[in-house]
Design a protein around this ligand. Structure first.
Ligand SMILES: Nc1ncnc2c1ncn2[C@@H]1O[C@H](COP(=O)(O)OP(=O)(O)OP(=O)(O)O)[C@@H](O)[C@H]1O
Length: 937
């Protein structure tokens, strides 16, 4: 089951819808113009339906541009249970659109032209990021062309506040709700997805704590550095696109610094540099080996030295490699027959070997990087190039799931278990999804069809999440939305390519299984889909070419290599060459580990079986001799697993846009941008965000979040009266924003289970909430700081009184300095702790309670001299004059040396006795007194 098979009857193409919208826009603009000129008598045209006279169409690049209706339709009654705060003022476009951070606040009628003007003005003012409500648009200024786009290489690039907001929002939602979050980047090839994803990832690390100093960051940075160099290829619109396949650049001299960094990063990942370099050198040298039909039975080889060098690098003998490339074993009804390949077949086998070595090396590195990533971090990237982790994870979980299923509904149970397993595996996950961008090279191959299917799927995910769910939930809960959003549903195109029986990919699998040809495949798909307007013949007609109308444009596909690419097989004659007994390069044997294990589990080798070029799991190989899947099936499975992960996550969309087709810095080409604005349905999104109800919240969740905006005492705070509370909160919010002149609709509506919010009111709610919380926080801080200061003050005063020496003259005189600690005594080690057991035993021994400190013993009512206890009062004689310094002018009593005094008890001051003398009471240090033996009582 594919997640995107959600059919609707929308079959109109992009052009048709845009034409329709353009007509509506023109009529709307006419209405606006008439209103502005105060034309009397004319009824304003309805925004829906596009009736009235149709003005001639303008060319694409000139105004007026396609448009959608303005957000506040004057003649549409407000829906029941909804409140529309303001009509959208039709203010003329101001020159400050470069400062307009959110397109929902655009002035005047909402047209494609207005959106373009705003984006262009912002681009020229170096504001490359613009919001459409919570969705972020990034226009690529191509200022960093040549940047290898790794975590380390983007360190110097400043992060924009808008990108920061996306990360903060994802982190906030993740911490508040516990739901996994997915930041999804989409756009055509070269639109800047990888660039933005690197910046986002860096920021995510900064927010998560530790930043570049963490091990997880270092490992991920190393993985990106290694994989970017292996996974970059030149496409039509991006000279360094993130791809594993394609025209890997062999003619560029690697910058030595980049190479050194790459080498170091391999070391960080724990991958032996020499192993990888040997394989890569072998792949490059294989390109210089050419097989040609010779006179004899065997083919001739051009570049024999290179072939031997390849064999040396891969640790096998030249002869064994030659035989592996040029001979093939067939199984003819149980009989093994060996044949010699012709030059064409040998060259194809050579290419298969190069592909297999390259893919498997990259897969090994990805696996290694992922295992390290899992160890160190909860952050992750859902990258198009690292699908393997998702794939592997799903593999594990599906094995687990399959054991759970019963006999009758095993399928659905195991599916539920799989979904559950994925949900739990991704709990608390913040992912950044940088998928392949849409591509239209001429002619396009099977890989491009897969890439474009992926782009279509992501577009569908966006459509479903933003438009479809919003429209359907309004309908379900009886909400009548003022704004009708016409979006282009691309399900028909996804069906055309990937539907289960008649999709182009399924039909390709069938054609591969019956050993058909490119021509037969193309003719069959044309017959099957003859009524499908999305599949048509290119001009001039060619039996191997077909054209598909994708959401982002028409693409001509050349099916010549479709079947071979889809089979994606390598023969066992060649795989057997790398068996450990004949190959002394362990890494090469490791690359074909699962296949060699399956092959040598039976005595007869080779025996005419084939394996997948792409790395295959061991379990897949246990099912039989033939490969269980094809390249497109694999691709489907991975995409499916990725979608399973995504549907459980809360998405945050970042839509990337190319500013020109030559990768020129700071050049804004209207034609190029307009095309992407249309395919990404930016105008429709602005329309929905500005005038529709793109957000919905459960009543309880709404109350929980925004109850601070209404007086606490007036809220009912009960389940039964939850809607009353919602209304009360909104009433207060409306009152507080009522005075402000807002351009954007601040309407809301109460549904059956949810409250529906426009983007305008959501922004206001959030703003007021953060202001209220800010005020509350300030108030709490004020109270606490005030209390703390007062408390500290009284404590300081108390301390001062207590610490005051009984007679200050002693201290001032300085004759009795406080004894200094013995020099060299080390301070007590705070970490040095007694064994808890010993403490417990000691306490038990002395009958002490560990929880409470032992009570302070009361002051003794006697003193001890020798073996004799002497009770108070005692008569003592002054040994010295007290206080010692009598020159300070203090009028207090003075006890002279030799005076007889009466000691009445122990003072609360340590080491002092209470002395009564001539009706005065003094606290005198006991050293000043001596016992008068004769008068003891
Ligand atoms: N915001 C930006 N500022 C400066 N340069 C940028 C920005 N975004 C992208 N670029 C540059 O534009 C080029 C293309 O960007 P990038 O490779 O990220 O595109 P992409 O959408 O990932 O393409 P693909 O889908 O083909 O991988 C790169 O050289 C990148 O450095």
């Amino acid at each position: 089951m594919h997640i995107w098979i959600l059919r609707t009857d929308a079959s109109s193409s992009n052009e048709a819808v845009h034409l329709q919208q353009r007509l509506r826009s023109l009529s709307t603009e006419l209405v606006t113009l008439r209103n502005r000129l105060h034309v009397q008598g004319g009824q304003p045209a309805t925004v829906k339906g596009g009736g009235g006279p149709v003005p001639p169409l303008a060319p694409v690049s000139t105004a007026p541009q396609p448009a959608v209706p303005p957000r506040s339709a004057h003649n549409v009654p407000a829906p029941i249970g909804s409140v529309t705060q303001q009509q959208r003022p039709q203010a003329p476009s101001s020159g400050s659109s470069s400062n307009l951070e959110d397109l929902i606040h655009l002035h005047g009628p909402l047209t494609e032209d207005a959106v373009m003007k705003c984006l262009q003005a912002r681009f020229q003012a170096s504001n490359f990021y613009t919001n459409v409500g919570p969705i972020l648009l990034c226009v690529n200024p191509y200022k960093e062309v040549g940047n290898p786009l790794t975590l380390s290489s983007t360190r110097g690039i400043a992060l924009s506040p808008q990108l920061n907001k996306v990360v903060q929002e994802a982190v906030r939602q993740q911490s508040e709700t516990g739901y996994p979050q997915a930041i999804i980047l989409s756009g055509t090839s070269g639109s800047g997805k990888s660039h933005v994803s690197m910046l986002l990832l860096r920021q995510l690390f900064a927010v998560a704590g530790g930043g570049p100093e963490t091990d997880a960051f270092k490992h991920l940075a190393a993985a990106f550095t290694v994989l970017r160099s292996l996974g970059s290829a030149k496409t039509m619109t991006n000279s360094e696109s993130s791809r594993i396949y394609g025209d890997t650049r062999q003619d560029t001299i690697e910058d030595s610094n980049r190479f050194q960094a790459w080498k170091n990063c391999l070391g960080i990942l724990g991958i032996p540099f020499l192993d990888v370099v040997r394989v890569l050198a072998a792949v490059l040298l294989l390109g210089n080996v050419q097989f040609m039909d010779g006179k004899g039975l065997e083919v001739d080889v051009k570049g024999e030295a290179e072939l031997n060098a390849v064999a040396g690098l891969l640790g096998v003998s030249g002869g064994a490699l030659f035989r592996g490339l040029t001979s093939r074993t067939h199984n003819a009804r149980g009989q093994l027959v060996k044949s010699v390949c012709d030059a064409n077949m040998s060259n194809m086998t050579r290419d298969c070997l190069a592909k297999a070595l390259y893919c498997r090396t990259v897969a090994t590195i990805v696996r290694r990087a992922n295992s390290l990533k899992r160890l160190g971090s909860t952050l992750g990237t859902l990258s198009s190039d690292s699908n393997e982790s998702v794939h592997n994870q799903a593999e594990v979980t599906s094995q687990h799931a399959s054991t759970i299923g019963g006999s009758t509904n095993a399928g659905s149970k195991s599916m539920a278990a799989l979904n559950n397993a994925i949900r739990h595996a991704t709990d608390g996950f913040i992912g950044i999804l940088d998928m392949f961008g849409f591509e239209e090279p001429k002619p396009s191959q099977l890989e491009h069809l897969c890439i474009n299917l992926c782009a279509e799927t992501m577009q569908h995910f966006y459509n479903t999440h933003i438009f479809k769910s919003s429209i359907e939930s309004c309908r379900d809960e009886g909400i009548n939305c003022e704004v009708e959003v016409d979006y282009v549903d691309n399900v028909p195109c996804i069906d055309l390519v990937s539907s289960l029986r008649t999709g182009l990919l399924s039909m390709l699998d069938v054609e591969c299984s019956i050993r058909g040809t490119a021509e037969s495949y193309v003719s069959k798909i044309k017959v099957q889909h003859k009524n499908n307007s999305r599949l048509f013949d290119p001009k001039p007609i060619d039996p191997r070419l077909f054209c598909i109308q994708h959401f982002a444009g028409k693409v001509v596909y050349d099916a010549t290599d479709f079947l071979d690419t889809n089979k994606d097989v390598i023969q066992d004659d060649l795989v057997a060459v790398f068996y450990k007994h004949s190959c002394n390069f362990g890494f090469a044997t490791h690359l074909f580990g699962s296949e060699l294990k399956a092959l040598y589990s039976v005595e007869t080798v080779p025996r005419g079986v084939s394996f997948r070029i792409s790395p295959t799991s061991h379990t897949d190989l246990l099912n039989g001799d033939e490969p269980v899947s094809t390249l497109t099936q694999d691709f489907h499975t991975r995409l499916d697993n990725l979608l399973r992960t995504l549907v459980h996550a809360r998405p945050h969309f970042v839509r990337c846009i190319c500013s020109n087709s030559q990768e020129a810095a700071n050049r804004f080409e209207r034609g190029i941008v307009v095309r992407q604005i249309r395919s990404l349905q930016v105008l429709e999104t602005v329309n929905l965000m500005a005038g529709g109800y793109p957000h919905r919240m459960r009543f309880k969740a709404f109350n929980m979040r925004y109850r601070c905006l209404a007086p606490f005492a007036k809220l009912n705070r009960t389940e039964e009266k939850v809607t009353d509370d919602c209304n009360l909160i909104l009433q207060y919010v409306m009152d507080s924003i009522g005075k402000q002149q807002s351009l954007v609709s601040t309407s809301y509506a109460m549904g059956k289970r949810h409250i529906f919010l426009s983007e305008g009111i959501r922004q206001q709610l959030e703003k007021l909430r953060s202001e209220t919380r800010q005020k509350a926080a300030t108030l709490i801080q004020c109270c606490w700081r005030g209390w703390h200061c007062r408390y500290r003050m009284s404590a300081i005063r108390r301390e001062k009184t207590v610490n005051q020496p009984p007679v200050s003259r002693t201290a001032i005189g300085g004759t009795r300095p406080r004894p200094q600690p013995i020099a060299g005594t080390p301070p007590p080690d705070p970490n040095e702790k007694c064994d808890a057991k010993i403490i417990q035993q000691t306490c038990n021994l002395f009958g002490l309670d560990l929880e409470r400190p032992p009570p302070v013993p009361p002051s003794r009512s006697y003193t001890v001299t020798g073996n004799t206890k002497l009770g108070y009062p005692q008569t003592r004689v002054m040994k010295m004059t007290y206080p010692e310094d009598t020159t300070t002018g203090d009028d207090g009593p003075v006890l002279l040396k030799g005076d007889t005094v009466l000691v009445v008890g122990a003072s609360h001051r340590r080491g002092h006795l209470i002395v009564e003398h001539k009706h005065c009471t003094l606290h005198v240090p006991f050293q000043f007194l001596e016992l008068k033996q004769s008068v003891n009582i």
